[in-house]
Design a protein around this ligand. Sequence first.
Ligand SMILES: *Cc1c(COP(=O)(O)O)cnc(C)c1O
Length: 491
Amino acid sequence: MSINHYKEAATRATQWHANYREEMMKCRFDTIAVHGIYSMQEALDFNQGSTIEPIYMSASQAYRDSDEMEAALGYEIPTWCYSRIANPTMYYMEGVMAMLEGYGSGIETSCIATSSGMAAIQSAIDQFLVVDTKRPSAPMNFVATTQVYGGTYQQFSMRKDAERAVEWRKVVNSNDLSEWESLIDENTRFLYGELPSNPGLAFFDLKEVSDLAHKYGIPMIVDATVASPALMRPIEYGADIVIQSVTKSMSSGGSSIAGAIISRKNITSTIDNPAMKADFATYLKLLPNRDNGPNISPMNAFMALNDIRTLRMRMDVMSRNTQKVAEYLETNKHIEKVAYLGLKSHPLHELASKYMVLVDSEYDELYGKKVNRYGHLMSFNVKGGAQSARNVFDAFSRIWRATDLGRIKSVATIPAISTHSQQGEEGRKMANIPQNLIRLCVGAEHPDDIIKDLDQALAILDGKKVFVTSPEYSAGGASSATLRKGKSGNN
Ligand SMILES: *Cc1c(COP(=O)(O)O)cnc(C)c1O
């Protein structure tokens, strides 16, 4: 076969897949989440009819002949070559993520999956932290909110600012547009914000900040992990690039770590690299990430895919449960403060209401109109300081003590001693994370049971004793213990 033969076949296939995606984009969010880009035709022709996306646990792809290999390695035909670059299971995950982030916007998007949310952040921002041919010796900087995930804070402050002299210009009050603008100069490479932020629930007017970025010719990057595309899709409001820690809301099952970068076509940037700007995520996938290697494994891509199917319903239920729990906590005498964007008492409630809407709620027969949903992340401050917070935390029995977020099971952590311990007292002060703050992510249990657990844990501050006992062995070990006694059922 000739290279041309393969190229022509590739053109036909690319067109077929583009048409299929276009048809899928006419469907509602849930339909896209459930089916993604995996069609019955593809199942029958290539995957023995497998009704769900197969896991391609293969490091590389074989070719029919040298012509096909040459065309593939030259990126002239759709290929996955080698799983560091691409892989069919990754491709299915990337396809659905791109469609969900672009949903309802009419904007064309693409996606690259990564091994973790942190890898997504690093590979996204590194594209802008390169030599600027127009100003090769100018020191670079970026402007980003201080209220970010603890790992992001470390990546920005240690790996970029301290180790590589890439200045992180910190936005302390992200809701103040003039503060953002005052930090931008001709060496600013991008604006970055986490929305809503973990755990502080900072929120800013995304449309205004995106417009500001574009006024200076630079991209707006948004970490929208906490909201997920079921509640907010930043690209619709002008963001160029979206980061997802797929580990969290996207896949509540909690079995694996995964990340993703979703970009619009033709992003704004001062860097002179037309291919990068035209299709950021695809460029990143085929070139820089090929060379750097922060790819996702097919197994983890598959785990994420399976969870993504139920994203909207989960985010709805978990948001409603969190609302109920937050309202309960507001009435408890041991609580100094409850922070949840769904509470009217939250200073950013109104702003968040502009952006956080349950996708397709107007087509849901339960609602019939657009309804706000504020996600699963909340926090509360316990009266009496650090020790009181620890005592309450230690008394949880249904809520899991874990540095985790967006789970189908309720989880809580004390950020000052866990996720945000490394940034130190000063950094925490700037990000507004005191010692008595408990971060709680409410899951899909019945909210009454979570309230009951909180109630008994808070009662410890009244001097009530909570007895937390543990069996000495797991139930799974019981039978072997019986056997060791030598008295099995035979006697
Ligand atoms: C957890 C988290 C990350 C990092 O994601 P990993 O998948 O753990 O690497 C980034 N941003 C936010 C908001 C997070 O909660």
